[in-house]
Design a protein around this ligand. Structure first.
Ligand code: HEM
Length: 182
C-alpha cells in the first residue's frame, strides 16, 4: 500500500498549467493517476471556544456513537463516488485488525479535536490522506453526507453541530490537509 500511495501522491507535484485529465481525482485505484493540486488554503481561523467543550458535553459514549455512525456511513458503497472510493479500497477491503485500527484512530482523532484526552497514535492527516486524491467536493460531501448525519443520528444538538463541530472541520486550513486534488 505504501508504494501505491507514493506513486499516487506524485500527482500533486505536477506543475500547474500542465494539461491533465482529472478522471483519477478521488479515485484511489486508478492507474496512471493524474490530478491537479488545489490552491493554497487561506490562513486558519481560530476554532470556536465551544469546540473544546464537546468531549465534556457528549463524553466517551457520545463519541463512541458518533464514530460508529461515521464509519458506517463512510463505508457505504452508495456514497461512492460522492466521497471517493478510498474507504472501499483501503478500509472495507482491509483485514479486521486494520479496520479496528482505523476505527480507533478516527475516534481518538475526533476526541482530541473536540477537547478530549490525547490518545491519538495514528498518522498525521496529511500522511493518512496522501495519494487518496481527495477533491474539495469529495471532502465537502464527506462532511455533509457522513459527518453531519452521524452527529444528527446520535442526537447531537443542531446548535452544537453548527457552532462547535462544523467550524473545525470546514476550516480551509484543516481541510487543506486532506484535499490534494482539484
Ligand atoms: C473525502 C474525505 C475523506 C476520505 C475519502 C478519507 C479517507 C481515508 C482513508 C481511506 C484512510 C485510510 C488511509 C490508509 O490507507 O491508511 C483515512 C485515514 C484517516 N482519516 Fe480520513 N478521509 C476523509 C476525511 C477525513 C476527515 C474529515 C477526518 C477527520 C475529521 C478523517 C480522519 C482520518 C483519520 C484520523 C485517519 C487515520 C486513521 C488510520 O489510517 O488508521 N478523514 N481516511
Amino acid at each position: 500500500m505504501k508504494a501505491t500511495r507514493i506513486l499516487l501522491s506524485a500527482c500533486i507535484l505536477l506543475p500547474v498549467g500542465v494539461a491533465l485529465t482529472q478522471t483519477s481525482c478521488g479515485t484511489k485505484t486508478a492507474s496512471g493517476s493524474t490530478c491537479v493540486a488545489p490552491a493554497p488554503a487561506p490562513a486558519a481561523k481560530a476554532a470556536p471556544a465551544c469546540a473544546s467543550t464537546m468531549f465534556a458535553t457528549y463524553k466517551q459514549a457520545g463519541f463512541d456513537a458518533v464514530n460508529a455512525q461515521i464509519v458506517k456511513l463512510a463505508t457505504q458503497t452508495s456514497l461512492v463516488p460522492a466521497i471517493g472510493d478510498s474507504f472501499q479500497t483501503d478500509i472495507v477491503a482491509a483485514s479486521t485488525a486494520r479496520q479496528t485500527e482505523f476505527t480507533t484512530n478516527l475516534e481518538d482523532f475526533l476526541i482530541v479535536a473536540f477537547g478530549g484526552p490525547n490518545n491519538y497514535t495514528g498518522p498525521s492527516m496529511v500522511n493518512a490522506h496522501a495519494g487518496l486524491n481527495i477533491t474539495s467536493a469529495q471532502y465537502d460531501a464527506f462532511i455533509t453526507q457522513v459527518v453531519v448525519p452521524a452527529l444528527t443520528t446520535v442526537g447531537v444538538a443542531s446548535s452544537d453541530i453548527s457552532n462547535c463541530f462544523a467550524p473545525v472541520v470546514t476550516d480551509a486550513n484543516f481541510k487543506a490537509q486532506f484535499v490534494t486534488c482539484q
